[in-house]
Design a protein around this ligand. Structure first.
Ligand SMILES: [Zn+2]
Length: 446
């Protein structure tokens, strides 16, 4: 099937493009034309005659490069009650994502080619979203011995990370950065000094004191960000900092970038949407690692996004089962099921003027593609048709039981948000279209 996407506002930061109305013609999986008012018939009228062209009227919609989430947890193998590659893929395409990278803290952990190949095979069987496995830095994510990087790359891993845990040994981290750089692979660092965070349940500060909960100080993150920047500078290799949550980390990364150090960074929507005040009701849906921080940190995250210090927005999608969350705060697992609220929470930043729409899409498409060195993030003529269309104004209320993800754990339940994916094309095929009747008209399916 070929597709004509008509009349949308096409926003593609990779071509400095923000134009409305603009049409996109997709033939045999590839974007072949990007023009105003493409005729519904081909040059020789063949398409209409053969009936193989489907037209989508996307008036009022934003059409963007397929969104890329560079930090998700799909939980399979090992924790299928939290999420499977299929349910995670379904949640992803319904939320506008055409590619996702999944972290290796499964059971067994993805520290060998058998697991990497299993994830890739499962994802292909699902045939929804592109799934890029991230393999571990160290064997078993235990921080002692480097995993077989070259073998993992060969099996299809796109990056290395012990996410969920830091690499505490700076000597191991140095070798990891050098070895990964020598084979052109990115390293994603979960920055947490375990000695400083030990025993902590939420951000260290007056709210933790008031609640009587042990705190995780911001410096547990900052000191590791500083270390990894120092290592990147010393070795001349790049490092990517995962889920930045503190003001000081933003400042360290900003400073490193001005010194020409190859550091990139991501944050997650909860760090620019919520603070530790959310935990005053002891709601375990707000327990996450790194923890929700202070209003000062939240402002710094927004500023870091705005000025380019933080390159990407990633969901850190961390689905959990009820038994993981419906327990005492101390025993609850950390994490937020984030895929399905990512875009709408990002759009709040656009609505309040913290980011332009172009900046938001840049941080959710082309930047993750660049950091992970994977295809996508562009609507250039000739590129594979990974395309997301969303209604930026569609109002909806977050209803956790309706999440496609098995993880219903989110602090955003009941929130009134705006913006929802309406059409997701992966490799030139429709993988999701919003089944709801849409407000405001405009979206017609022909
Ligand atoms: Zn992490």
């Amino acid at each position: 099937m070929n597709y004509l996407l008509k009349g949308g506002r096409v926003v593609d930061p990779s071509q400095q493009l923000d134009s409305c109305p603009l049409d996109i013609l997709v033939e045999r999986g590839v974007i072949v034309k990007l023009e105003d008012n493409i005729a519904k018939t081909g040059a020789a009228g063949r398409r209409a005659k053969s009936g193989d062209l489907q037209v989508f009227n996307l008036e009022g919609m934003v059409v963007a490069p397929g969104l890329i989430d560079m930090h998700t947890h799909l939980r399979e193998p090992g924790f299928e009650y939290k999420e499977t590659i299929r349910t995670g893929s379904e949640a992803a395409v319904a939320s506008g994502f055409t590619s996702i990278a999944c972290m290796p803290n499964t059971n067994p952990v993805n520290d060998n080619r058998a697991v990497t190949e299993f994830i890739k095979r499962k994802a292909q069987e699902c045939g929804l979203v592109r799934v890029y496995p991230v393999a571990t830095i160290t064997v078993g994510s235990e921080g002692a011995h480097l995993a077989e990087f070259a073998d993992l790359k060969d099996a299809g891993a796109v990056a290395f990370s012990d996410d969920g845990k830091p690499v505490m040994n700076a000597g191991i981290m140095r070798r990891a950065l050098e070895y990964a750089a020598s084979i052109g692979m990115p390293v994603i660092s979960h920055c947490e000094d375990l000695n400083l965070s030990a025993g902590g349940l939420m951000n260290e500060g007056w709210i933790a004191t008031k609640l009587g909960l042990p705190g995780i100080p911001g410096i547990a993150e900052d000191i590791m960000v500083a270390r990894d920047i120092a290592l990147a500078g010393f070795t001349g290799t790049p490092v990517h900092i995962a889920h930045v949550s503190t003001k000081e980390a933003v400042s360290l990364i900003r400073n490193a970038k001005t010194r020409g150090i190859g550091v990139t960074a991501e944050t997650a929507p909860h760090y620019f949407s919520l603070t530790d005040e959310f935990l005053e009701e002891f709601d375990t849906n707000g327990k996450v690692n790194p923890p929700l921080r202070t209003p000062d940190d939240l402002q710094a995250i927004k500023e870091g996004l705005r000025d380019g210090t933080i390159d990407a927005i990633a969901s850190d999608h961390a689905p959990h089962g009820r038994t993981d969350k419906e327990v005492e705060f101390e025993y609850a697992s950390a994490g937020i099921s984030g895929l399905e609220t990512s875009l709408a929470l990002g759009l709040r930043l656009v609505e309040e003027g913290a980011l332009t729409l172009t900046q938001l899409i840049e941080k959710m498409s082309i930047m993750p593609a660049k950091i992970l060195k994977i295809p996508g993030g562009t609507l250039r003529v000739g590129s594979v048709a990974d395309i997301t269309a969303f209604d930026p104004g569609m109002a909806w209320t977050v209803a956790l039981p309706l999440f496609r993800s098995r993880g219903k754990n989110s602090p955003f339940g009941g929130w009134a948000l705006r913006g929802k994916a309406v059409l997701t094309l992966v490799n030139g095929e429709v993988k999701y279209r919003n089944p709801l009747p849409l407000d405001g008209g405009g979206l017609g399916w022909g």
